[in-house]
Design a protein around this ligand. Structure first.
Ligand code: FE
Length: 335
């Protein structure tokens, strides 16, 4: 029977077509050049079209909320567990049960309630001036509050979610009192007012305005690709701690199926594919991030920075403690 006749037959007996070939619609806070190659590969492998729009996470979430049941979006893709948690809190996501995702993604990098899943790891670590600091001088995030760093520390603004997430994780580890002491110590050690982005903070370190800063490693990778001669290197902090604060602070970019997805099955399949070995390199390497799937090797450029132990507290804490972190940073005078 020709396909068109088959369609008519289905229509006549009131059946809908299988959802398999239905397109998947993604709202993405990850830039087009980071996701389009992936979606093209997915379409090539499965025949499923992926439509997407990109914007900042705030407008995307506002749009999802405003559209409610009428949203065309099946998936929200964004960076930072703080944002994913926020989307979940606002009821924009739905839980999904997936053995594939549970296998491919370590437990601390996904929502315990299965509403969102980390797809790449973003490590927030130290970058120092190699002509002014010896690696042996560095140890932990906490130690940057030590008066020995007075006038030597640069930080990105507390307004960006990245350092809010870092401070939120410290609250989990140490409680508010000790964390506030640490953040107050950082502020006392600042060489200058906080920077609008990680790259500017690193440029200040390279220029000798300060000696050390905290950044996501992909910014380091981008800057060093542009200017390989900069006197900058990565240090992995908290490697020898034995408490819950042990390990480098990690966050994720990730995704969840929207509450009102028209094609939830297709959405789940796409997220599962993104966590698979064949997609993980494409997803992580394009932005010099780390794959969440442990069976996948890291990009050669990223591997050249050395390996590290990561902090194992669930990244959801970056969300649940975000408000307290913001208030704490404000009390500490961290602009
Ligand atoms: Fe970033």
């Amino acid at each position: 029977m020709p396909f068109s006749r088959l369609l008519t037959a289905f229509a006549l007996i009131g059946l809908t077509l299988p959802a398999l070939a239905e397109e998947v619609v993604v709202y993405s806070a990850r830039a087009e050049q980071l996701i389009k190659p992936l979606f093209d590969a997915y379409t090539k492998a499965t025949g499923v079209e992926v439509k997407f729009i990109t914007d900042k996470e705030g407008p995307l979430m506002a749009r999802l909320k405003a559209e409610g049941k009428n949203t065309p979006a099946d998936i929200l893709l964004t960076v930072d567990a703080g944002n994913l948690w926020q989307a979940s809190e606002e009821g924009l996501l739905r839980p999904i049960q997936s053995k594939t995702l549970a296998t491919n993604i370590p437990a601390h990098l996904r929502d315990p309630d299965n509403e969102w899943f980390g797809l790449s790891i973003r490590a927030r670590t130290m970058v120092y001036n190699t002509s002014k600091v010896k690696p042996a001088d560095l140890s932990t995030y906490e130690d940057l509050a030590n008066p020995k760093w007075k006038g030597r520390l640069c930080l990105r603004t507390s307004k960006k979610v990245y350092n809010q997430s870092l401070v939120a994780m410290m609250i989990t580890e140490y409680g508010e009192g000790k964390t506030e002491d640490i953040v107050t110590g950082w502020v006392k050690n600042l060489a200058t007012t906080p920077f609008p982005d990680d790259t500017k903070a690193m440029e200040a370190v390279a220029a000798g305005q300060c000696d050390v800063t905290l950044v996501n490693t992909y910014y380091f990778g981008r800057l060093m690709e542009k200017t390989p001669t900069l006197p900058l290197a990565i240090f992995w902090p908290n490697q020898n701690l034995k408490n819950a604060a042990a390990g480098v602070h990690v966050n994720v970019s990730g995704a969840g199926v929207t509450r009102h997805a028209k094609n939830p099955a297709g959405a789940q399949k796409l997220i599962e594919w993104l966590s698979s070995p064949q997609a993980q390199n494409l997803f992580a390497d394009v932005n010099m991030e780390y794959p969440v799937n442990k069976s996948v090797a890291v990009d050669a450029r990223v591997a050249s920075w050395g390996s590290f132990k990561q902090n194992l507290i669930n990244v959801k804490q970056a969300g649940t403690l975000q408000t307290r972190a913001v208030k704490l940073m404000d009390r500490a005078g961290y602009k």
